[in-house]
Design a protein around this ligand. Sequence first.
Ligand SMILES: [Zn+2]
Length: 62
Amino acid sequence: MKRAGIGDVIREEYKCPCGSGQVVYGKENIPSSRSIEINCYCKQCNEKYDFGRGTATLKNNY
Ligand SMILES: [Zn+2]
């Protein structure tokens, strides 16, 4: 198994809270970079949750 090195992109995929879609987490493994990308490919969960690494938090603006 290849270890993630500097400059590699860490990529994790997991199911969205409702289970019918997918959340993709991506981060460049660069110490000075904090660019994190999280895409939720489920419209309903995308509107309902804020996503973090491996987590989904209910938005409380409704
Ligand atoms: Zn969903």
